[in-house]
Design a protein around this ligand. Structure first.
Ligand code: ATP
Ligand code: MG
Length: 412
């Protein structure tokens, strides 16, 4: 029976004196993810470069889905914990190897010995354990370079851990160590991927979506909420701001030149997003922009849109090929929802011939015909706020009172 999962982290080990904060955040995130997914409070011990999650009679498989969605984990292994008694170690190693074997198998033994007081050296232990395995199991051979199975043994200070299985984690940095950013989330393929990549660098992501109900359907809105829920799985929860954009779109359509609609829409989106971001202590915006993909993503358009921003607009996908973006979208599980055929607010009002090289002064001239300040504050006042979770989604989706949500993304 496995009784622990050994969790390894890579990059955070390099963070010098910040390491403690990173590690605290990682442990907090693992705990929260498991709490939300399984309604269980796990005990997690720390020791020299590893975390040990105690299974408390649960099967290790129950935790894999949660661990697979926490940034900062490089890999993990279900393990048996035993005392430092040699006979006990041998017996547990035998049991572990037997249970991992499927027919004739080559193997090797690797020993890590952070406990230098243990009376046997690593090579001595390797030999003793390997000999014990060969004596007791038939169909077993040693292969030091291309073994089917690696039997790993960690000699720690008060106990030893034994395991053969190793699963890859997501890598990256724990969400909560990289500040907060507000993602402009459309219903497309790109922006959920951009949000995922921001989370991967430790950023707490909140999302803002602009909708044009009733020009866009209720399904279009639900699709975006579904995307937010899929992304929430990678950071326990996600706050979503749903901004009514209809009135603004109508005014743009009425007062502004056809081919200038898109850059003006984008510039207004950025202004609104920034105000929301400042109110939520976020210091950057994230978008799914990708150079050259559509008319609104030329260098000139990006310049015209950026021109109204006072905080950084970060664009994780800017140089990627569509194919690369789609590959990530499939891997993280957002692709199938993104391709559902519901219209976006921009497509409803899309002009016949959008300007690919809008000029800032031309945008400003068009915008001068709009009651911008009023439109923006009204949209913000009517913004709907949701908090969504990756699991048991419909049950837990709720309107939130912002006062109960502190800046590090957890609910008091
Ligand atoms: P996506 O696949 O993310 O929709 P796209 O390739 O369709 O991107 P655009 O439609 O030009 O490109 O949008 C560029 C970016 O602008 C999006 O990635 C998103 O960050 C933001 N954006 C566009 N429409 C909206 C919207 N309705 N609400 C929030 N953000 C939006
Ligand atoms: Mg789009």
């Amino acid at each position: 029976m496995y009784d622990h999962i050994v969790i390894r982290y890579a990059e955070i080990a390099l963070k010098g004196k910040n390491q403690k904060d990173f590690l605290n955040q990682l442990v907090r995130n693992i705990r929260e993810q498991i709490k939300v997914d399984l309604d269980f409070n796990p005990t997690i011990e720390r020791e020299q470069g590893r975390l040990y999650l105690r299974l408390d009679d649960k099967a290790p498989e129950e935790f894999y889905d949660s661990l697979n969605h926490v940034f900062g984990i490089s890999s993990y292994s279900p393990a048996r914990k035993v005392s430092l008694d040699l006979e006990e170690i041998k017996a547990a190693a035998l049991f572990e190897l037997r249970s991992a074997m499927k027919g004739p198998t080559s193997f090797r033994v690797s020993v890590k010995r952070p406990n230098k007081h243990f009376p046997l050296t690593s090579p001595e232990m390797q030999q003793i354990i390997a000999a014990h395995m060969l004596k007791n199991i038939t169909g077993l051979s040693v292969d030091l370079h291309h073994a089917d199975l690696e039997l790993l043994l960690e000699i720690r200070f008060d106990s030893a851990y034994i395991y053969t299985r190793k699963y890859e984690g997501l890598g990256g940095l724990p969400v909560g160590t990289g500040g907060k950013g507000l993602l402009l989330l459309s219903g497309g393929i790109d922006s959920p991927v951009a949000g995922y990549l921001a989370m991967k660098r430790g950023v707490i992501v909140e999302a803002v979506h602009f909708h044009s109900y009733p020009y866009t359907s209720e399904e279009a809105k639900q699709k975006v909420i579904k995307l937010a829920e899929l992304m929430a799985k990678y950071s326990v929860r996600l706050v979503v701001h749903l901004v009514p954009f209809t009135k603004i779109q109508e005014q743009i359509a009425h007062y502004c030149h056809d081919n200038m609609r898109i850059p003006i829409m984008r510039r207004i989106m950025v202004r609104i997003a920034e105000q929301i971001a400042y109110g939520r202590e976020a210091l950057s915006l994230f978008t799914g922009d990708n150079l050259g993909q559509v008319a609104s993503q030329t260098m000139e358009s990006l310049y015209a849109v950026n021109n109204v921003a006072t905080m950084p607009i970060l664009r994780p996908l800017i140089t990627m090929d569509k194919e690369e973006i789609m590959t990530i979208a499939r891997r993280i599980g957002t692709y199938d929802t993104s391709i559902l055929p519901y219209e976006d607010c921009c497509t409803v009002f899309v002009p016949k011939e959008p300007k690919t090289k809008p000029k800032v002064d031309a945008c400003e001239k068009e915008e001068s015909r709009l009651p911008l300040t009023e439109l923006i504050s009204q949209a913000i006042a009517e913004t709907e706020k949701l908090i969504v979770y990756g699991k048991e989604i419909s049950k837990r989706r709720q309107e939130i009172d912002y006062a109960t949500l502190n800046p590090n993304n957890s609910i008091n």
